[in-house]
Write a protein that binds this ligand. Structure first.
Ligand code: AMP
Ligand code: TRP
Length: 328
């Protein structure tokens, strides 16, 4: 039996945080043997908000290096840069012609980002999910591991596939989202989901002292005011992070002792730091290796692009035939 194909993408935001790791990348690493995996650094998506062109190459390099440093193995998975495969943009145009406008306008991410970048609300920000659908459908990927914030976008991808198939014949499978154990990591302040732009994150490149200092300030169950109050791990962001990083034994202990106030938040955060620091250390060390030898990473990306162009070319032949763009 051939493995089902899986695709996911990450924006080159300049630095990845623990939310990206626990919400997405950790899962990507685990899925490498079960599926035929394609992982993309989506630079075209990153153009939808204002950016400095001169900085983009380094951002793309950093995102790709972090994927490999986190455990994506180029011998088992394909890693590539979205703009290296021009068919993504081409398919996005075709799919935009079967995408209902009203649905795009309703999406949370569009509303949030157009609020955040009021002065530069461009068409790309609105059609962002159409490009995302193209990323997935171009490879006929069936499974898409993402964090909770992307579930709406996956729904739109499914809808776009359905509409295309209904209009032009059955070309695309409907992709489904696959969530991790920690699909939504909040920022250290506990106010909003962890994100680079909000500055509320623990970055994968942060040094141990910084990680420990940030965790000390991390918000916990707001109902647990005094040390002797019992807490509820189900609503605690520190526990959420434990779930992705700590052993089953530590998890069981924290869950039990938080509820009975046998453990305090400070000790619980120390346990989390003890689990997080070695993981980040390993990632940082490996990423530094790619910084020293960039050619190793470029080679991986160029092989990835070649592989993806081949698949993309075949899908586009089918799409052109189905849509009447070329006589068969
Ligand atoms: P982005 O950095 O927006 O390209 O996101 C890359 C991946 O990380 C996506 O699968 C997101 O769902 C996931 N992700 C981003 N932020 C978080 C967060 N705070 N919690 C969980 N997952 C996240
Ligand atoms: N929009 C996704 C995010 O911000 C990134 C992304 C682009 C993606 N294309 C994708 C994720 C295809 C999964 C599949 O996280």
């Amino acid at each position: 039996m051939p493995k089902a194909r899986l695709l996911s993408g990450i924006q080159p935001t300049g630095g990845l945080h623990v939310g990206n790791y626990l919400g997405a990348i950790q899962n990507w690493v685990r899925l490498q043997d079960e599926y035929e995996c394609l992982y993309s650094v989506v630079d075209l998506h990153a153009m939808t908000i204002p950016y400095e062109p001169g900085e983009m190459p380094a951002r793309v390099f950093e995102a790709a290096a972090m994927l490999l440093a986190s455990g994506i193995d180029p011998a088992r998975a394909t890693v590539f840069v979205q703009s290296d495969v021009p068919e993504h943009s081409e398919l996005a145009w075709i799919l935009s012609c079967v995408t209902p406008l009203g649905e795009l306008e309703r999406l949370t991410q569009f509303k949030e980002k157009s609020e955040e970048h009021k002065k530069s609300v461009n068409l790309g920000l609105l059609s962002y999910p159409v490009l995302q659908a193209a990323d997935i459908l171009l490879y006929k990927a069936e499974v898409v591991p993402v964090g909770e914030d992307q579930v709406q976008h996956l729904e739109i991808s499914r809808e776009i596939a359905r509409r295309f198939n209904a209009r032009f014949g059955p070309v695309f499978p409907e992709p489904r989202a696959l969530l991790t154990r920690t699909p939504r990591v909040m920022g250290v302040d506990g106010q909003a989901k962890m994100s680079k732009s909000k500055g509320n994150g623990i970055m994968l490149r942060d040094e141990p002292a910084k990680v420990r200092a940030l965790l000390k300030t991390a918000a916990t169950d707001p109902a647990r005011v005094r040390r002797q109050d019992p807490g509820n791990p189900d609503v605690c962001n520190v526990y959420t992070m434990h779930k992705g990083l700590s052993t089953e034994a530590t998890l069981a202990r924290v869950d039990r002792e938080c509820r009975t106030a046998a453990i305090g938040c400070i000790e619980c955060k120390t346990l989390l730091a003890d689990a997080m620091v070695p993981v980040l250390d390993a990632i940082r060390t490996k990423a530094d290796g790619y910084d020293r030898e960039p050619a190793r990473l470029r080679e991986v990306l160029s092989r990835g692009a070649a592989h993806c162009r081949e698949i993309a070319g075949r899908t586009m032949d089918e799409v052109r035939r189905a849509t009447g763009l070329r006589r068969s």
